[in-house]
Design a protein around this ligand. Structure first.
Ligand code: SF4
Length: 407
């Protein structure tokens, strides 16, 4: 089918096949892709509202046994730069987030063998006791699988226990590209195969949780494999309807084992637009300004995005790989309104919470992103000593046979 005929079908609201998506990506001019994606956004969001959430991205530990080749964030067990936050450090971050008008923590971390299920349950229960309306958007599918392996419980059992403790929703991290050939090359097949990642989301949706979905492109995959990823997400969304949003970003290569170069801004905008066209059953697409910068982030609003994601207060993962863009709420809203759209705050379920908070009350501006620990020190918090460790080092340390790394 010609690109013009395909464009007419997309403009008429028809679904595209994998082969048609490939043809559009390969042959459609960038501005045509943008126009088609913008048309889909307008149909789904006719009032021109662009949403964002004020939340904090807390990475509770950087100790990880998975060793993905594209990751610059993790530290191996025993590293002096490895850290695990204490509960009090996390509560202090929540207090600060609430002061800035935030409503949620996005809590993700490495696959740390010394952090058992009980630690998450105790943390979630205490968060809910102290901050009853505060939301926990936590633990991507590979983390859920890691906890299930550590605890020798099934994934549905782990999800049920985490929900009972206070889990509100699951972030879609760790998807990378949902094709096992790619996952094996990136050394992330062991942490979760494509089927396993999708199965965690299926169980979460069945248990009543809403989740997001992501795609990190630009490593070793082909365009066909990116499209296969989108098709697999679309099929699960047809089945469960549990995804609230899709977020794509380009691989950030600095300080990673894999190395290489970052995809360009045009490639990002083309992938975003194609995602909007293919994922016809996803209501919300986020602009990844944290990896692409504010200006490309703003352009995303003309290429299918209807959401600016998180007004981040803290970021640790893509910063480790070289991306360090920062926009506070004032900047996010300025970019949305300058694009002729209407900015509204939302929660993870995309319920509108209101106008920008800085128009309602005085909030401090955050002109730099915080880090997990401002002083950069490693070390695990003392309250982890009360939990069972699984690594040989962790067992020794908790038995008192080894000094803890300094905090
Ligand atoms: S991407 Fe996640 S799972 Fe992979 S090495 Fe980094 S922290 Fe570990």
């Amino acid at each position: 089918m010609s690109v013009d005929a395909l464009a007419a079908r997309v403009a008429g609201g028809e679904r595209v096949s994998a082969a048609e998506a490939l043809e559009l990506y390969r042959s459609a001019p960038t501005m045509l892709l943008g126009r088609l994606a913008d048309g889909v956004r307008r149909r789904k969001h006719p009032a021109g509202i662009v949403t964002y959430i004020i939340d904090r991205n807390v990475n509770y530990t950087n100790v990880c046994v998975a060793r993905c080749k594209f990751c610059a964030f993790y530290r191996p067990v025993g590293s002096s730069e490895g850290y695990t936050l204490g509960f009090d450090e996390i509560f202090a971050k929540i207090d600060e987030t609430i002061r800035l008008g935030g409503v949620q923590l996005l809590l993700q971390g490495g696959h740390n063998p010394d952090v058992p299920l009980q630690w998450y349950e105790d943390l979630f229960r205490e968060v809910k006791r102290r901050y009853p309306t505060f939301r926990l958007h936590a633990l991507s599918p590979p983390e859920v699988i890691h906890i299930s392996r550590l605890s020798q419980l099934t994934v549905p059992e782990v999800i049920d226990r985490l929900i009972a403790a206070g889990l509100d929703s699951i972030p879609g991290g760790g998807a990378e590209i949902l094709v096992d050939r790619v996952r094996k090359e990136l050394n992330c097949y062991g942490k979760a195969t494509a089927d396993e990642w999708l199965d965690v989301m299926r169980h979460a949706h069945r248990a009543g949780l809403r989740t997001t979905a992501t795609m990190m492109y630009g490593t070793v995959e082909t365009v066909e494999e990116r499209i296969e990823h989108l098709m697999r997400l679309r099929a699960l969304q047809d089945e469960t309807g549990g995804f609230t949003a899709f977020i794509t970003w380009s691989y950030q290569p600095q300080h990673t084992e894999l190395g290489g170069a970052e995809a360009t801004g045009i490639e990002y905008l083309r992938m975003l637009a194609l995602s909007r066209i293919v994922l016809d059953n996803f209501d919300n697409l986020q602009a990844s300004w944290v990896t692409q910068g504010g200006k490309v982030g703003q352009m995303s609003l003309a290429f299918g995005a209807n959401d600016m994601g998180s007004v981040m207060i803290e970021e640790n993962v893509v910063r480790a790989a070289g991306a360090e863009y920062c926009m506070d709420e004032f900047e996010v809203v300025r970019n949305v309104e300058n694009a002729g759209l209407v900015a509204k705050r939302r929660n993870m379920h995309y319920d509108l919470l209101g106008d920008p908070i800085f128009r309602e009350r005085d909030v401090p501006r955050t002109l730099a992103l915080a880090t997990a620990r401002a002083d950069g020190r490693g070390g695990e918090a003392d309250d982890l000593l009360g939990y069972v460790a699984r690594s040989a080092l962790g067992k020794k340390r908790r038995a008192g046979d080894l000094d803890a790394p300094s905090q």
